[in-house]
Design a protein around this ligand. Structure first.
Ligand code: CUA
Length: 344
């Protein structure tokens, strides 16, 4: 299912932006050069076995060793080294210093995504999904909360390790709109293979719509603590702005879901901006309803998968830090999923 939706696993050598194109060019050049060297070696081997005696003598001579064994590999390998180092540097240095910045933190086994403002403060937090505008270089600040992970969106850039206690930079850029799959590319524990994310590149108009939607959502959430304390609204945002119980699937009530979310301990690990849920250990859920995937790229996000994830996340992703909430009934899980759908 994910295969169809996000090109999973993400293909390499299929660039959708300038940085990935550079890496792809280098990769094909290495391959082509490898073919040439192989052809030369095979030809030399043939001459050494069946060639004329004069050529054989030449092959075994001192000149052949200096030219073919020292000079040629020396020049070629030095050239490739310079190419590789220059290319790596061009992916990891800010161009001007005022680019859009997004901090991505690897955690076992998901990605924390924090959009930074001009002062470097977190203006918006999300998880396992990165949104960028097309045609604009974006600088990622890569960090790790626990062990070494590695950030890789093959369509958009090179691969870069996320190292505990260090901040590494990586530039990404898309030259066309689309949804591009990403993976953790460094073994980081039992569920390393299930640590994925999606990068969504929006064209200019779509980007503005997306950004405006996020701002509106944040403003709505920000208004809620006061109303909650007055007892007017038991959940984030304006109660009237939410679909009524009847408008949703009849038997699930987001209001009941909010209550269960707060009372079952979810809020101890998860934050929802503007609500009393302030936990920082797990993914921020302020925009969880808008995400394409659940469980760091392993499931499409819908009510059914949300119910399954909350109720039995340890079967879906053994050892992850989210306990299976099997104490909740199917109906209660449905209420919570209905509530989370509205966080967008
Ligand atoms: Cu994180 Cu592999």
């Amino acid at each position: 299912m994910i295969d169809a939706l996000w090109g999973w696993p993400p293909p390499v050598l299929d660039p959708a932006g300038p940085y990935s194109a550079k890496v792809t060019t280098l990769s094909w050049s290495l391959f082509a050069l490898g073919l040439v060297v192989t052809a030369i070696v095979v030809a030399a081997l043939y001459v050494a076995i069946k060639g004329p005696d004069r050529w054989k003598a030449e092959l075994g001579g001192e000149r052949a060793i200096w030219l073919g064994g020292v000079a040629f590999p020396g020049v070629v390998l030095t050239g490739l080294l310079i190419w590789g180092l220059t290319l790596t540097a061009s992916l990891t240095e800010p161009i001007r210093g005022d680019e859009m910045r997004i901090r991505v933190t690897g955690e076992m086994w998901w990605f924390r995504v924090q959009y930074l403002d001009a002062d470097g403060n977190v203006s918006m937090e999300d998880a396992n999904e990165i949104h960028i505008p097309v045609g604009v270089p974006v600088v990622l600040e890569l960090e790790s909360a626990d062990v070494i992970h590695s950030f890789w969106v093959p369509h958009l850039s090179g691969k870069k390790d996320m190292i505990p206690g260090r901040r590494t930079l990586l530039r990404i850029e898309a030259d066309r709109a689309g949804e591009f799959g990403g993976v953790c590319a460094e073994y980081c524990g039992g569920q390393h293979a299930l640590m994925g994310f999606v990068t969504v590149a929006h064209d200019r108009q779509e980007w503005n719509v997306w950004l405006a939607g996020r701002r509106a959502g944040a403003a709505q959430s920000a208004a809620s603590p006061a109303s909650a304390s007055e007892g007017a609204s038991p959940y984030p945002g304006d109660a009237d702005a939410y679909p009524t119980k009847a408008e949703l699937l009849e038997q699930y009530d987001p209001r009941a879901g909010y209550r269960l979310f707060m009372d079952s301990g979810c809020a101890a690990c998860h934050r929802i901006a503007g609500s009393d849920a302030n936990g920082l250990a797990g993914p921020d859920l302020t925009y969880v309803g808008s995400r394409r995937t659940l469980g760091a790229g392993i499931l499409a996000n819908n009510r059914g998968t949300m119910v399954g994830w909350i109720g039995d996340s340890q079967s879906l992703k053994p050892g992850n830090r989210m306990p299976s909430y099997d104490v909740l009934t199917a109906k209660e899980l449905g209420h919570i999923a209905a509530f989370l759908e509205l966080q967008r």
